[in-house]
Design a protein around this ligand. Sequence first.
Ligand SMILES: NC(=O)c1ccc[n+]([C@@H]2O[C@H](COP(=O)([O-])OP(=O)(O)OC[C@H]3O[C@@H](n4cnc5c(N)ncnc54)[C@H](O)[C@@H]3O)[C@@H](O)[C@H]2O)c1
Length: 331
Amino acid sequence: MKLLIAGGAGYVGSTLIPKLLDRGYKVDVVDLFWFGNHLPRQAGILNKDIFQLSEEDLEPYDQVVFLAGLSNDPMAEYSPSKNFVFNAAAPSYLAYMAKKAKVKRYIYASSCSVYGYTENELYDETRPVSSSYPYGISKLQGEQAARQLADENFSVIALRKGTISGYSPRMRFDLIINTMFKSAMKDRTITINNPSIWRPLLSIQDAATAYIRAIEANHSISGVFNVASGNYTVGEVGDLVKAAIEERLGLSIHLIIKHIQDFRNYKVSIEKAKNVLSFHPSHDLKSIVVDLIDNMGKFQDWDNPLYSNISTFRSIESSIEMQAMATAVHQ
Ligand SMILES: NC(=O)c1ccc[n+]([C@@H]2O[C@H](COP(=O)([O-])OP(=O)(O)OC[C@H]3O[C@@H](n4cnc5c(N)ncnc54)[C@H](O)[C@@H]3O)[C@@H](O)[C@H]2O)c1
């Protein structure tokens, strides 16, 4: 089977792709490489924008997986217009071209953030979505555009993922557990902005498993699936990160508890993913922290801007603006 992974050089793709290669799949990655390239040599590379892909480019593939776009709220809010282009138009264009090219399945990286602010109820995929901020709206738009193309010849699977954490060769420290881990290791403190807010969390290893289950699911399967390793309050996340570090490393970590209003609060049911995709998470919060501790030697340059999506995106954007200004001056 031949797979094209759009945005495959990112945090999720850098963990997923070695596993796909191990399973014997042929894998190509189309990416703009905003955060560098940490992929195995066996992965084929197309260094370009999704919008530059033609129908012909997509014809060789059995399945296309979308992992690209602006992948968090700060990036989306920094540039709402680019957010809607990269997160809504790009996955729509790719799904449309993939279907035209007779690709058999399209897998879309959705997010539980489409649920917005809910009142402490467990949400399954039938519950209303209600995000009112750029990232959540655009993730839903991308999901809806892809889903409405599904038919008996074109399977579409959308994975609404919780916030991912853990070690990946392309590292991020702007994701809840990873952020707490970094500040605990650097400053011996963990700041909790609102202890009562609920979040579904997903280990990076379980995230990769969810994509493998979707790729290998029976062709007749299409649909939306919540994917998480577990639901936690942010207060509990802080306690568990602190406890795991103290137990494993013998350090003393101080908690700072604040009560700042958040616009996202949700917990999700993953029963559908269990029953239909055979997705069973095998990690929890402690094993995510242990994974970070075990891999710590690979990322002690904590403040490397490449580990923060918004820092890297801001500098890419300002260098593009500088180039445009320089071109205008020389015209
Ligand atoms: N990380 C999470 O916690 C999380 C949770 C839910 C959903 N998601 C979604 O999962 C996907 C993967 O997340 P991630 O953390 O790996 O993101 P990431 O930011 O690490 O990687 C995104 C990759 O996409 C590439 N890219 C962006 N726009 C592109 C374009 N137009 N053409 C080609 N390449 C492009 C970037 O260069 C980057 O390598 C994203 O769509 C994100 O919205 C992530």
